[in-house]
Write a protein that binds this ligand. Structure first.
Ligand code: GLU
Length: 461
């Protein structure tokens, strides 16, 4: 079988959701492991939730993450167009075919009637479901009404009896009672399909072999299976992956965790680290490794090994992973990344001296500025008030000392002893006066890089 996978994001949010980035990674890795194709299709049929520029941001975030696609709205491909709003004819054609075969029907119920129906059902504590009124209309009469231009939708005619079954690679067989499945609207009155029709028609026409998506779509799947059966099409393989959770196990939400991929980029996370951490959601490297590349994931990955227990997306663990990537990056690459992130080009020789002092403390690229900003800029304020007398003492001690680690240390210790203050207090005063902060990279090494002249300046209050 030729493997073709896809993600089908809806351009309804600000950007690519981190949960969708996870699904994209799994789809991509699975397709590429078997030398297949990974496709992006934009499901933009819900015009009420459409967000301008969301598509571009989704594509840009996938690009930043390093998940390339073979076919999509920007790259095109043999099954173009890859935007559902440009494929309306296809859905209409299929909806009409379903009506003709007796597997779907036109529904003319007004919004008002549907609302009343829902209220009545609620009062009777019944699940909200279409009551089937238009199903009983004579097909000839329905056609006449359509021809006369009456506003209508097309509904799926779900059998009242029996069950619908599908096999899920991650979860095994899942069975649904047909009587609990609603006569879903598949084509709206504006001529746009609903998700259910759009997804089935496109997955079929685009020859998708494996539908790998979040578990929130499980309850929609029986409707899709019925559509495939009614149309006589082959059913693709399904794999529903678990949703990412906040550390308190609630569904990953904007309130508790940043959810947009662009946020992670802006905070100085590295795309390789984000992908690595996402890879560990619901799947484990067979050798128990925490740090591994996408290529390595590809080598070992199997959809069957995906766990169904809720994976926790813990930003602290992501920070740790990111720190590991920063640690193993070579100096030149790290300097390049920092320059790109901060939009500042700094002298290479100075950067090469600074990097070893801060690398182990950095978990994100953004932290370079807070850790090492004082090398490039005098402190604008101090974390706590300075003790002027001690600063003056340190300055005096430095005026005549050798500008190396030993010389500086000796000068400070002697001055402290003479004054009768603990040396560590004097070192701390020196740190705050030079960097503005009470914690930071190794002090004397930092002073050495800054140079005697600059330090004496900073100590002149
Ligand atoms: N348009 C759906 C979404 O927004 C796609 C779900 C699927 O993959 O079938 O995620």
């Amino acid at each position: 079988m030729f493997i073709r996978t896809r993600i089908a994001p809806s351009p309804t949010g600000q950007d690519l959701h981190i949960g969708n980035a996870y699904t994209a990674l799994v789809n991509y890795v699975f397709a590429k492991k078997y030398r297949g194709k990974f496709i992006i299709r934009i499901e933009d049929t819900d015009r009420t939730r459409f967000v301008e520029e969301s598509e571009q941001r989704i594509l840009a975030s996938l690009d930043w993450l390093g998940i390339p696609h073979d076919e999509g709205p920007d790259t095109g491909g043999p099954f173009a167009p890859y935007r559902q709003s440009e494929r309306l004819d296809q859905y209409k054609r299929v909806a009409e075919e379903l009506v003709k075969k007796g597997h779907a029907y036109y529904c003319f119920c007004t919004q008002q009637r549907l609302e009343q129906m829902r209220k009545d059902q609620e009062a009777r504590h019944e699940p909200p479901m279409y009551d089937g009124l238009c199903k009983t209309l004579d097909p000839h009469e329905s056609q006449e009404r359509v021809k006369a231009g009456l506003s209508h939708v097309v509904r799926l005619k779900v059998p009242d009896e029996g069950t619908t079954l599908f096999a899920d690679i991650v979860r095994g067989e899942i069975l649904f009672e047909n009587k609990l499945i609603d006569d879903q609207v598949i084509l709206k009155s504006d001529g746009y399909p609903t998700y259910h029709l759009g997804v089935v028609v496109d997955d079929h026409l685009m020859e998708i072999s494996h539908v790998i998506r979040g578990e929130e779509w499980i309850s929609s799947t029986p409707k899709h299976i019925l559509l495939y059966q009614f149309l006589g099409w082959d059913i693709p393989n399904y794999a529903h992956v678990p949703l990412l959770r906040n550390p308190d196990k609630s569904k990953l939400s904007k309130r508790k965790n940043p959810v947009w991929v662009s946020w992670y980029k802006e905070q100085g996370f590295l795309p390789e680290a984000v992908l690595n951490y996402l890879a560990t959601m619901a799947w484990a490297h067979p050798e128990g490794k925490d740090i591994f590349s996408v290529d390595e994931m590809m080598k070992h990955f199997d959809l069957k090994d995906i766990q169904t227990t809720a994976p926790v997306f813990d930003i602290e663990k992501l920070r740790w992973t990111n720190g590991e990537y920063i640690r193993k990056m070579d100096d030149a690459k790290l300097i390049e990344q920092i320059s790109a992130f901060t939009h500042q080009i700094r002298p290479m020789n100075q950067m090469r001296q600074i990097i070893p002092l801060v690398r182990d403390r950095m978990k994100t690229l953004a932290e370079f500025s807070s850790l090492a900003g004082f090398f490039f800029e005098r402190p604008k304020g101090y974390e706590r008030p300075l003790k002027n007398e001690l600063v003056a003492l340190a300055k005096k001690a430095f005026e005549s000392c050798d500008w190396n680690h030993e010389g500086m240390e000796k000068a400070i210790r002697e001055a402290a002893e003479k004054k009768g203050v603990p040396a560590k207090d004097l070192f701390m005063e020196l740190r705050v006066a030079v960097t503005g902060k009470t914690v930071g990279p190794p002090l004397l090494e930092s002073l050495k890089i800054l140079g005697k002249e600059e330090i004496l300046e900073r100590l002149s209050l």
